[in-house]
Design a protein around this ligand. Structure first.
Ligand SMILES: CC(C)(COP(=O)(O)OP(=O)(O)OC[C@H]1O[C@@H](n2cnc3c(N)ncnc32)[C@H](O)[C@@H]1OP(=O)(O)O)[C@@H](O)C(=O)NCCC(=O)NCCS
Length: 159
């Protein structure tokens, strides 16, 4: 029921200027379609990692099993941004892997991805949306996206 309500959130279009210098219309879709292949390419570009294979990182399967939803941003067919929203199944949701193609940074794509994730998590009945990040992204999450500071903790389990 909750997921059906979120899926009905629809597509939002926002005009911007692309990294190629041309005007672009970015379309944002909650639980929009994507392939693991294109998401692994976007992840590598955004985070500066190697490109993982679909066998190593099957985004489609993982998000289907573990996410409340996700937001896909496209300029025509090109994937320009993505954010994943995992949850506890009821009250808490967490932002993971906010990523925007470096050619499209500072055009408001990241802010809109998170805004749509906030709206969809609220519509699903969640009460809290969490995120953690490095110091250099304080301006993005606090000032641009509206998160407030809180105490949080982290353990690096594989080190
Ligand atoms: C962080 C990220 C998603 C932001 O995407 P974006 O589309 O460029 O962000 P926006 O254009 O919506 O930025 C809105 C405002 O947030 C702030 N902001 C954005 N990126 C920032 C950054 N890297 N550092 C500090 N502030 C930032 C700025 O104030 C910006 O306004 P401005 O463009 O007028 O300067 C993008 O830089 C990215 O993909 N980074 C690599 C992956 C990553 O680290 N993801 C976060 C994991 S927690």
């Amino acid at each position: 029921m909750q997921l059906a309500r979120c899926a009905a959130a629809g597509i939002r279009r926002v005009e911007a200027t692309s990294g190629y210098g041309a005007a672009m219309t970015v379309r944002y879709k909650w639980r929009g379609a994507f392939s693991s292949d294109e998401l692994n390419a976007l992840h590598a570009a955004a985070f500066g990692t190697r490109v993982f294979t679909d066998e190593e990182w099957d985004w489609v399967d993982l998000t289907a099993k573990h996410s409340l939803g996700w937001v896909v941003a496209r300029d025509e067919h090109r994937l320009v941004g993505f954010v994943n929203v995992v949850w506890d199944g009821l009250v808490h949701a967490w932002i993971q892997d906010t990523m925007v193609d470096p050619r499209d940074h500072h055009r408001g794509v990241g802010r809109q991805l998170v805004a749509d994730a906030v709206a969809a998590s609220r519509a699903a009945g969640c009460e809290w949306l969490h995120v953690d990040f490095d110091d250099d992204l304080r301006s993005f999450y606090f000032d641009a996206c509206g998160f407030t500071p809180t105490n949080a903790g982290l353990i690096a389990l594989q080190q």
